[in-house]
Design a protein around this ligand. Structure first.
Ligand SMILES: *[C@@H]1O[C@H](CO)[C@@H](O)[C@H](O)[C@H]1NC(C)=O
Ligand SMILES: *[C@@H]1O[C@H](CO)[C@@H](O)[C@H](O)[C@H]1NC(C)=O
Ligand SMILES: *[C@@H]1O[C@H](CO)[C@@H](O)[C@H](O)[C@H]1NC(C)=O
Ligand SMILES: *[C@@H]1O[C@H](CO)[C@@H](O)[C@H](O)[C@H]1NC(C)=O
Ligand SMILES: *[C@@H]1O[C@H](CO)[C@@H](O)[C@H](O)[C@H]1NC(C)=O
Ligand SMILES: *[C@@H]1O[C@H](CO)[C@@H](O)[C@H](O)[C@H]1NC(C)=O
Ligand SMILES: *[C@@H]1O[C@H](CO)[C@@H](O)[C@H](O)[C@H]1NC(C)=O
Length: 250
């Protein structure tokens, strides 16, 4: 008995044997207390115990948490990847706008990268009469000269339903009546602005975007007609004056 007590392993066996003699139900009781994701087994000759299944970590009875590699390592898949936890493992996929250089579901550091998709290589991705601009992970669209977006800002995404439509004054190119009408409208509007400062401010505002040919003509006319007003002004108002390059860049 003395030599038996010297060995811890044998002591454990003896204890298990004794306890099983005293309470025949004890062994099954231990296994009954195992967590749903644990297995009851006897390892290395010790008595039965609850061990969390592979891919789970815990005490085997009250908790067996799925090892979430996606959570305990920050950015394991990189900026352009998404980590997906699986039972006992995980994998990476590329976020939208990027494509994998290897398999779709990959492991970090296996040589696979997430490369930007150049959406602009797809024909007509922005619709007719547009320009496509590739960005990291996405793209956006602008309209060609003499075309404007059907709504919203200069840069748009075709998913929003925006397309490029003809600028209302486009046909002025070969229609002298249209040019004359546009010029007259501009002059009439400008004639209301008698202050040189506000006149110039208005011209700067109206010519800051992309200009059609007829708009250039109209505002040059407006400047000519306003010459007397501008000369009458004594202040130095050159600060916000549109440079001729700005006015004629289109
Ligand atoms: C056991 O694991 C499965 C699969 O991961 C999970 O759906 C279930 O909730 C887990 N059970 C408990 C009690 O945590
Ligand atoms: C069982 O014994 C082996 C070798 O002695 C050891 O590597 C392993 O960790 C032991 N397992 C448990 C659950 O104690
Ligand atoms: C992630 O968590 C598991 C257990 O949940 C642990 O075994 C592993 O070492 C952890 N990894 C890192 C890099 O912290
Ligand atoms: C559109 O794409 C260009 C890159 O070509 C980028 O500089 C610009 O910020 C983008 N605009 C918007 C509104 O996303
Ligand atoms: C995307 O980002 C990388 C750096 O992460 C840069 O070198 C590259 O020019 C960018 N491409 C575009 C289209 O913005
Ligand atoms: C524009 O104004 C000029 C002079 O005031 C006039 O002769 C011409 O008929 C006008 N054009 C239009 C289309 O209204
Ligand atoms: C210019 O002012 C007149 C009256 O002062 C007004 O009737 C006209 O609508 C104004 N024109 C514009 C284009 O604002």
């Amino acid at each position: 008995m003395e030599s038996l007590l010297k060995s811890p392993m044998k002591l454990v066996l003896l204890t298990a044997w004794l306890s099983s003699l005293m309470d025949p139900c004890s062994l099954s009781d231990i296994c009954d207390s195992c967590h749903q994701n644990a297995t009851c087994k006897a390892l290395n000759g010790s008595s039965n115990a609850c061990y969390c299944n592979h891919g789970y970590t815990g005490d085997g009875t009250t908790f067996c948490n799925d090892d979430n590699e996606c959570q305990n390592v920050t950015n394991i898949c990189g900026d352009r990847g998404t980590c997906t936890n699986t039972v006992g493992s995980y994998y990476c996929t590329c976020v939208s706008g990027y494509t994998s250089t290897g398999v779709a579901k990959f492991q970090p550091n296996d040589g696979t990268e997430c490369r930007d998709i150049d959406e602009c290589l797809t024909e007509q991705v922005c619709g007719p009469n547009s320009h496509c601009h590739n960005t990291n992970g996405s793209f956006n669209c602008t309209c060609q000269r003499d075309y404007i977006p059907t709504s919203g800002a200069e840069h748009f995404h075709p998913k929003s339903g925006v397309r490029c439509k003809e600028h209302p004054q486009k046909y002025c190119h070969d229609n002298i009546g249209c040019i004359s009408q546009t010029v007259n409208k501009t002059l009439e509007y400008m004639s209301n602005l008698t202050e040189p400062q506000s006149l110039l401010k208005e011209i700067v505002k109206k010519t800051s975007g992309e200009l059609t040919s007829v708009e250039v003509i109209a505002y040059v006319e407006a400047l000519c007609h306003s010459a007397s007003t501008l000369v009458a002004g004594e202040e130095d108002y050159s600060v916000n004056h549109p440079s001729s390059t700005q006015l004629f860049q289109n």
